[in-house]
Design a protein around this ligand. Structure first.
Ligand SMILES: Nc1nc2c(c(=O)[nH]1)N[C@H]1C(S)=C(S)[C@@H](COP(=O)(O)OP(=O)(O)OC[C@H]3O[C@@H](n4cnc5c(=O)[nH]c(N)nc54)[C@H](O)[C@@H]3O)O[C@H]1N2
Ligand SMILES: Nc1nc2c(c(=O)[nH]1)N[C@H]1C(S)=C(S)[C@@H](COP(=O)(O)OP(=O)(O)OC[C@H]3O[C@@H](n4cnc5c(=O)[nH]c(N)nc54)[C@H](O)[C@@H]3O)O[C@H]1N2
Ligand code: SF4
Ligand SMILES: [Mo]
Length: 676
């Protein structure tokens, strides 16, 4: 059959949601490349997605429904029909609802696919049922909260502006892995004379984009930023006129900075006072300094506060006045599509009482909860055994004989192995959706490239079938995916209404379109000003709060602060099906400073036991002088099968939550290490 190229978009949890051109004959996909006509992608995609055909047509894909015949966790299943699978689920759920109420059912989901309908439709389905709700906050909700408390929805700069920035700070972001389009723009800014500083816990792969690297103790960014603010004030580098016009509470905040001397911060951060002063002077003396905010510093018990301390800096120096100045890293364009309004319009079923809520970072506890226990778990768009904290406790919960687990998946993940019923999920080229990335205000509309493979079904189609089985007669569940897309697009929306007719047409043709950006000085808070003082919250001004692990590590040098970081070749637990990428990523290892390794008699490549009160997980030691003493780093999400003792780094992460946003504290744990 004849091959042709069709537009699509990357479905994964990555800031740019790249525009793709997919070569297809209508049945299979072949080559995949970046869309030249996408304002952010500009024809350039990562090495992971170039081989997307190996994911879509991978021989390990789950192609039909299955029921478990072996022990939970064994991965032994037999094939059944969709009708049989749906009947098993329907009978079980109806029985549970009758006997224990719908709250005995819990869904678990996150961002396996980021596209809007596929990502959101389960929420409304389980709400119709009255099931327990899930607080979906594993990723960067603490970072978002920090921003909301000071800047509201102010989206920061568009990627194209980076080239105008004269001083760039990469703060807790490994752009080599997580923001490749930023790397091109940063290279351009550097050519134009901009200096780039990386503020990290270790020399991450992003080091190659930086002129200077500042390494601090994990979770101490708040102290560092407050000391920088102190120096800015002391050196007369504050933009008083800007603060007067655009910030609320700057007098009180500037007064509070007195206490935060560089010497005070040196003791907390491990960064020499002179280095803090140099950084502050450089930051404050440039016109358009830009902070590119990752999420690393927010994944701590003091995460939201760390973020607030950092983002007060562009306000203090008036960075927003100049193109390229300010921040990047707080963008949400899902508001361009009123998905929830469509769900509301066409649903008729509501729960009789407000269902209870479980936090997704505490799944282990949720499955051990004694009062009206969770008796059925439905997992889609997520792989909790691999990605959530306290892995061992989750496995214990999933092993419960009285728990009925359904997993809707593309591959036999560590989570799917515990399922009673597995439903086969399709991939992003097998259905259409709406694309609203978190890295740029640039949205897209996609349609199917090929028909679903085997008996795979999209999240939407699966929930429609489950609704039928559960006798939900809302008109919503009679709609096709295509109808839902069209309904969403038919609603008038302030953002999309700003497009010209030509842009509207372009969007409907499947090409990505940039949403109209508000002026950089129109701060999206209720008073249209930056809230350096926010009277609505517990700490109205940024202050220093120590992180959890710092308290343990500082008291006893047997303990090391454990940081988890993204891997370049995989994305959370996805791409583990591509052998080429898994090989490039390498063995499950832990980066450790040479002195810390020596003290424990550990040499390069040794097998080590990494442990705390939660679990023991084995790693290969990667002795690396790019990690400061007292810190260890585990890059990437490995599968239990790839691990050395059946557990991965997530077994060492606690279920503790962040100070705001109820997010995971993935980077705020302490471990001990011994050679095996
Ligand atoms: N290749 C690849 N791409 C990805 C992902 C992936 O796993 N692989 N994950 C995707 C997802 S889900 C997300 S949310 C984004 C994440 O992307 P970003 O939000 O940009 O964040 P990361 O690159 O994860 O940043 C984490 C970095 O923060 C550092 N860090 C940890 N704690 C601290 C701290 O206390 N202070 C400072 N200064 N730094 C700290 C870590 O060492 C790590 O390098 O990327 C997405 N893209
Ligand atoms: N150690 C460690 N842990 C981490 C992180 C880390 O960097 N290190 N990162 C954290 C972060 S930032 C995040 S956001 C979370 C991510 O947590 P998740 O969102 O759970 O992570 P993914 O690995 O992206 O998993 C998604 C699963 O969804 C499946 N999937 C993909 N498309 C579809 C679909 O259309 N339908 C259905 N039903 N399933 C689909 C995929 O096959 C995959 O198994 O992990 C967190 N955990
Ligand atoms: S994983 Fe990220 S960089 Fe790669 S194609 Fe997808 S959106 Fe683009
Ligand atoms: Mo994430």
């Amino acid at each position: 059959m004849e091959k042709y190229w069709k537009r699509s978009a990357c479905p994964y949890d990555c800031p740019d949601a790249c525009g793709l051109l997919v070569e297809t004959d209508g049945n299979r996909i072949y080559r995949v490349k970046g869309d030249d006509d996408h304002p952010v992608t500009k024809g350039f995609i990562c090495r992971k997605m170039i081989h997307y055909a190996d994911t879509v047509h991978n021989e390990k894909r789950i192609l039909y429904p299955m029921v478990r015949t072996g022990k939970k966790g064994s991965g032994i299943f037999k094939r059944v029909t969709w009708d049989e699978a749906l009947e098993i689920i329907g009978d079980k759920w109806k029985d549970l609802i009758k006997t224990y109420g719908a709250e005995s059912i819990l869904q678990y989901s996150y961002a396996g696919v980021e596209h809007l309908i596929a990502n959101q439709c389960g929420e409304v389905f389980f709400d119709c049922l009255g099931a327990s709700r899930l607080e979906r906050t594993i990723c960067s909700k603490a970072k978002t909260e920090g921003f909301l408390q000071m800047y509201g929805q102010t989206p920061g700069i568009f990627i194209d502006e980076i080239k105008n920035s004269d001083y760039i700070v990469l703060w807790g972001s490994n752009i080599e892995a997580t923001w490749i389009h930023g790397t091109k723009e940063i290279a351009q800014a550097r050519k134009n004379g901009s200096r780039v500083v990386l503020i990290e816990t270790y020399r991450s792969p992003a080091t190659k984009y930086a002129d200077d690297v500042i390494l601090l103790k994990p979770g101490s960014d708040g102290a560092f930023a407050l000391a920088v603010a102190h120096v800015l004030a002391k050196e007369g580098l504050l933009d008083q006129a800007f603060l007067k016009e655009y910030a609320i509470g700057y007098d009180a905040y500037v007064d509070s900075l007195n206490a935060y001397t560089p010497q005070w911060a040196e003791a907390i951060t491990g960064v020499p006072a002179a280095e803090i002063i140099d950084f502050a002077k450089a930051y404050g003396s440039h016109k358009a300094p830009l902070i590119i905010m990752g999420s690393g510093m927010s994944r701590h018990t003091n995460g939201a506060m760390n973020v607030r301390c950092i983002i007060s800096l562009p306000a203090l120096v008036g960075a927003f006045k100049h193109p390229g100045g300010g921040y990047w890293g707080h963008i949400g364009c899902s508001k361009a599509f009123d998905v929830e309004d469509v769900f509301e319009k066409y649903r008729t079923t509501y729960p009789s009482t407000k269902p209870r809520v479980f936090n997704m970072n505490q799944l282990g506890d949720a499955l051990a909860f004694k009062e009206n226990p969770v008796r059925s778990l439905y997992v889609y768009n997520s792989n909790p055994v691999c990605i959530a904290p306290d892995q061992h406790k989750i496995m214990e919960g999933l092993s419960r004989e009285d728990l009925f687990t359904v997993v809707h998946e593309r591959f036999m993940t560590d989570t799917a192995r515990y399922a009673d019923v597995i439903l086969p999920a399709d991939t992003s080229v097998e259905h259409g959706d709406l694309v609203s990335p978190y890295g740029a205000l640039c949205v897209q509309y996609t349609t199917p490239v090929i028909q679903p493979i085997g008996e795979c079904k999209s999240n939407w189609d699966t929930f429609c079938l489950l609704a039928q089985m559960m006798n939900l007669d809302d008109p919503l569940w009679q709609m096709s995916n295509d109808q839902v897309q069209r309904e969403i697009l038919s609603i008038q929306n302030l953002w999309r209404d700003g497009w010209s007719e030509e842009e509207q047409q372009r969007f409907m043709d499947g090409k990505a379109c940039v949403l109209p950006l508000p002026s950089s000085l129109d701060f999206q808070t209720s008073q249209h000003k930056i809230l350096l003082y926010n009277e609505d919250i517990e700490y109205p001004m940024p202050v220093y709060i120590p992180s959890h692990s710092s308290k343990i590590v500082n008291d006893n040098n047997e303990w090391l602060a454990l940081v988890v970081a993204p891997a370049v070749h995989t994305l959370n637990s996805t791409f583990n099906e591509q052998d080429f990428l898994v090989n490039r990523r390498g063995k499950m290892s832990l980066k450790i400073n040479p002195d810390d390794a020596n003290k424990r008699g550990i040499s390069q490549g040794d097998l080590i036991d990494v442990y705390n009160d939660l679990a023991h997980a084995y790693f290969y030691a990667q002795v690396f002088d790019g990690v400061p003493e007292g810190t260890v780093v585990a890059e990437g999400v490995y599968t239990c099968e790839q691990s050395l003792n059946g557990l991965t780094v997530n077994a060492l992460l606690s279920q503790r939550l962040t100070d705001a946003g109820a997010a995971a504290t993935l980077c705020d744990n302490a471990v001990k290490i011994k050679k095996l």
